[in-house]
Design a protein around this ligand. Sequence first.
Ligand code: PBG
Ligand code: ZN
Length: 329
Amino acid sequence: MKRFHGQYPTHRLRRLRQHPGLRSMVCENRLSVQQLVLPLFVRSGRHLRREVKSMPGVFQLSPDEILHTARQAHSLGIPAILLFGLPDKKDAKASGAYARNGIVQKTVRLLKKEIPGLLVITDVCLCEYMSHGHCGIVRNGKILNDPSVHLLADTALSHAEAGADIVAPSDMMDGRVRAIRQALDHKGLTDVPILSYAAKFASAYYGPFREAAESTPQFGDRRSYQMDPANVGEALREVSLDVQEGADMVMVKPALAYLDVLHQVKSTFGLPTAAYAVSGEYAMIKAAAARGWIDERAVTLESLLAMRRAGADFLITYSAMDVATWIKG
Ligand code: PBG
Ligand code: ZN
């Protein structure tokens, strides 16, 4: 830790704040378009753009509309999208998640064919595909770990075989990163990185997402697999295990209420670290801005900058397209 000596009036910190050029020279953290990832929700259909009520500006899109939006993101300089799928049918073994012709697999093929320069990250989870909305297999009211891990590995593999550039497991089952790494390597997909949702908390901030992804649990909650918001030591253990299992990049989620976790994860492990500004964070800013209570642009940029300051290398945000426009123009 650096020590600061000296005092006023010799030292005046306002000296370096007198001119915009000077402020920019001594600026410690910046946002840039290259650090943004845009989440997108795909469901079958054509010309479908169904706005999510609690997330103005976010839509469930059919594959053709996904392509259109992805083109826009790509031309703005956004390097990657994060894809979530809504299947036509849900069941008790999440068949749609690992189907060769599932909605995500089809859309990945389309995107990689049409916009090869855009990275496609796929969210790997089962909840959107399960009739009960949980992230794993359920038996007697319990969410089972090991059988779920098999299905998650199948899911990740099917995404990578369709051409996904990066797979991102978000389920919080133990051991899934190792299982996914083995499944990929076994099929020669040794160069597909894993972005692990390593420290994912059981958060009320996911509310609007569950409307977007139609993945609300039909009974109980996710506290038997996602983390207790009170725990930071445990978050470091989660990250440590995922790193040992082969995660190439890790994520902290949600972002704004967990900046301390983000900071510790980055400073402890030094891996490429992502912050996910989740649906509830987005909804709060949108709602207050719609009432004229806050300045949407300023608050969004300040929040994302705070995530960078805390240690995030890249930022997953529903505002990615707006942010790209703001910081370019
Ligand atoms: C599903 C998943 C969730 C989010 C990303 N993947 C929701 C959940 O765990 O209930 C949340 C994203 C957001 O709120 O923006 N495993
Ligand atoms: Zn899930």
